[in-house]
Design a binder for this molecule. Structure first.
Ligand SMILES: NC(=O)c1ccc[n+]([C@@H]2O[C@H](COP(=O)([O-])OP(=O)(O)OC[C@H]3O[C@@H](n4cnc5c(N)ncnc54)[C@H](O)[C@@H]3O)[C@@H](O)[C@H]2O)c1
Length: 468
C-alpha cells in the first residue's frame, strides 16, 4: 500500500473559509508549503499587508496565526496556475452563492466558480493531484468534478475528496484548532482511500483521530447541508416560539433555559433573535430545498423551506414593530442601527438581518445612523445598493455610518440593536437615554441588554419573545 505524503497544498479561494483554514493548516504543519490563491488582487494584497490589522477578514486569533506562518510556509498570491502545478493537494474553497439566473434561480447553488476551478486544474496540471472540495456543495457534485477532471486529464490521476468546513465565523480559529469533528468523504476504490488517508494525516497533526470521520463522498457532501439546515432550524424554532411569547406573556429566554436543560435538546442555538444571517444558512437550505424538489420530494422541500419563511417573518416582524411603536410613522425620524455584521466578532455582513431591517425602515423614510465596530461604511452602502430598492444617492442621503456609537444614538427616536457585540452591553445607557428624543425607544433584536436596568432608566424597551 503506497502512502502519499503531502508536501505542497494549494487552496483556491482566499475567503472566510480558505484564508483561516489554510492559515491553521500551515501553522500546524510547518513542513508543508501552503499557497492560498485568489483572483481578487485586492484580497491577496490585504492578506499580505504588513499591518495585520488590515487582513481582509476579522476573526479573533487569526492575525496571530497568520503572523506565525506567513512567509514561512504560508503564502498568498494570485498565481492560480503556478500554485496548481506545484501542489499535490488542491482545496477548492471558492464561493458557491445562490444562483441569480436561469434554471434554479434563487434556489440552487451556483457552481460556476467550482467548475472553473476543476477545468483550470485539469488544464494546467502536469502531475497527479488530490482535489478537495472545501466549498459547501450539493450532494453528488464530486461526480461532476471527477468527470471534468477525467475528461481533460491526459492520463493523470485525480482523486476527489469532500471535506466540508464546519467553522463558524467569529470563532473560526478556535473551531479550526479544536473542531467537534473533521469530515472526509472519498471514493471506496483504493486510490480514493489512499487520498482520504493522506488528508487524515494532515488533520491528525492536531486533531484527535477519534474526531476525524471518514465516510462515503455523498454522505460527506450531504452532511454539510444537513448540519446547516439543523442549526438554522433551531433558530427558526425558537423564533417561532418568541412570537407566541410576545402574545402570551411567556418569556422566550426562560423557555430556552427550561428546554435547553433537557439533555435530549441541549442549550446551544436556542437564542431568540431578529433572525439568522450569514452567507451560509439561507443559501444552503435553499440548495437543500432545490435538491429535494429536483428528486420529486415535495414534502421534504416544503418542510425545510419553512425554516427560511420563519426567518423572513422574524426580520419583518421586528421592523414592523419598530414602526408600530413609533406611532406608526418613522418618516424623517432618526433611528440608530447598532450592529451591521450578521453576528458578533466578524466583519461579515452577508445576509445580515440588519440589512433587511434597515431596508424596511428606509422604505418608511426613516433616517438611519449605523454603527458597527468592525464594518466599514463602504460595506454598509454596498449591501443596501445591492438590494436595488432605491438609488445609490438616496441610500447615501438617508443612511449615515459613524465610528462613534454615541453619535449614532444621539438625538435618535429609537435605537435598534441588531448584532450581539459585547461592547453594546457595556455602554453608558444612562447617557444614551439622556441624549435621545423622548419617549426613547430601545429595541433589542439580540436580547443582550439587561431589561430591568434599561427599563429603570426610562427606555420604552422591547426585546424578542418578551412582552414589555
Ligand atoms: N463563511 C463561512 O462561514 C463558511 C463556513 C463553512 C463553509 N463555507 C463554504 O465555503 C465556501 C467559501 O465560502 P467563503 O465564505 O470563504 O467565500 P468568500 O466569498 O469569502 O471567498 C471565496 C473566494 O474565492 C475567490 N474565487 C472565486 N472563484 C475563483 C477562482 N476561479 N479562482 C480563484 N479564486 C476564486 C473569490 O474571489 C473569493 O475571494 C462556500 O461554499 C461556503 O458555503 C463557508
Amino acid at each position: 500500500m503506497t502512502e502519499t505524503r503531502i508536501k505542497h497544498i494549494a487552496c483556491i479561494g482566499a475567503g472566510y473559509v480558505g484564508g483561516p483554514t489554510m492559515a491553521v493548516i500551515a501553522q500546524k504543519c510547518p513542513d508543508i508549503k501552503v499557497t492560498v490563491v485568489d483572483i481578487s488582487r485586492e484580497r491577496i494584497a490585504e492578506w499580505n499587508d504588513s499591518n495585520l490589522d488590515n487582513l481582509p477578514i476579522y476573526e479573533p486569533g487569526l492575525k496571530e496565526v497568520v503572523a506565525e506562518a506567513r512567509g514561512r510556509n504560508l503564502f498568498f498570491c494570485t498565481d492560480v496556475e503556478g500554485a496548481i502545478r506545484e501542489a499535490d493537494m488542491i482545496f477548492i474553497s471558492v464561493n458557491t452563492p445562490t444562483k441569480t439566473y436561469g434554471v434554479g434561480k434563487g434556489m440552487a447553488a451556483d457552481l460556476k466558480y467550482v467548475e472553473l476551478c476543476a477545468r483550470q486544474i485539469a488544464n494546467v496540471a502536469t502531475g497527479n493531484k488530490i482535489v478537495v472540495e472545501k466549498s459547501t456543495l450539493p450532494v453528488r457534485t464530486a461526480q461532476s468534478i471527477r468527470t471534468i477532471l477525467d475528461a481533460e486529464s491526459n492520463g493523470l490521476q485525480f482523486q476527489v475528496l469532500s471535506n466540508p468546513e464546519f467553522l463558524a465565523e467569529g470563532t473560526a480559529v478556535s473551531d479550526l484548532l479544536n473542531p467537534d469533528r473533521v469530515l472526509i468523504g472519498g471514493s471506496e476504490e483504493e486510490g480514493g482511500q489512499a487520498a482520504v488517508r493522506a488528508l487524515v494525516e494532515i488533520y491528525a497533526r492536531w486533531v484527535d483521530r477519534s474526531k476525524i470521520l471518514t465516510t462515503n463522498i455523498w454522505s460527506s457532501e450531504l452532511s454539510k447541508l444537513t448540519a446547516n439546515a439543523f442549526l438554522a432550524q433551531r433558530v427558526s424554532s425558537i423564533n417561532a416560539i418568541s412570537a407566541l411569547c410576545e402574545k402570551s406573556g411567556a418569556d422566550v429566554d426562560e423557555i430556552a433555559r427550561a428546554i435547553g436543560m433537557d439533555s435530549r435538546i441541549g442549550p446551544k442555538f436556542l437564542k431568540a433573535s431578529v433572525g439568522f444571517g450569514g452567507s451560509c444558512f439561507q443559501k444552503d437550505i435553499l440548495n437543500l430545498v432545490y435538491i429535494a424538489r429536483s428528486y420529486g420530494l415535495t414534502e421534504v422541500a416544503d418542510y425545510w423551506e419553512q425554516v427560511i419563511s420563519m426567518n423572513d417573518y422574524q426580520k419583518r416582524r421586528f421592523a414592523e414593530n419598530i414602526v408600530n411603536r413609533l406611532f406608526n410613522t418613522v418618516s424623517g425620524k432618526k433611528i440608530a442601527i447598532m450592529g451591521w455584521a450578521f453576528k458578533k466578532d466578524t466583519n461579515d455582513t452577508r445576509e445580515s438581518a440588519a440589512i433587511y431591517v434597515a431596508d424596511y425602515l428606509l422604505n418608511e423614510q426613516a433616517e438611519l445612523w449605523v454603527y458597527d465596530p468592525k464594518v466599514k461604511a463602504e460595506r454598509v452602502y454596498a449591501d443596501l445598493d445591492y438590494l436595488n430598492t432605491r438609488g445609490e444617492d438616496e441610500n447615501r442621503k438617508l443612511v449615515k455610518v459613524v465610528r462613534d456609537p454615541y453619535e449614532a444614538m444621539q438625538g435618535a427616536h429609537a435605537v435598534a440593536v441588531l448584532t450581539e457585540w459585547d461592547e453594546f452591553k457595556a455602554y453608558d445607557w444612562q447617557r444614551v437615554y439622556d441624549d435621545m428624543k423622548k419617549p426613547a425607544f430601545l429595541f433589542d433584536g439580540r436580547n443582550i441588554l439587561d431589561r430591568n436596568k434599561v427599563k429603570a432608566l426610562g427606555f420604552e424597551f422591547e426585546a424578542i419573545g418578551y412582552r414589555s
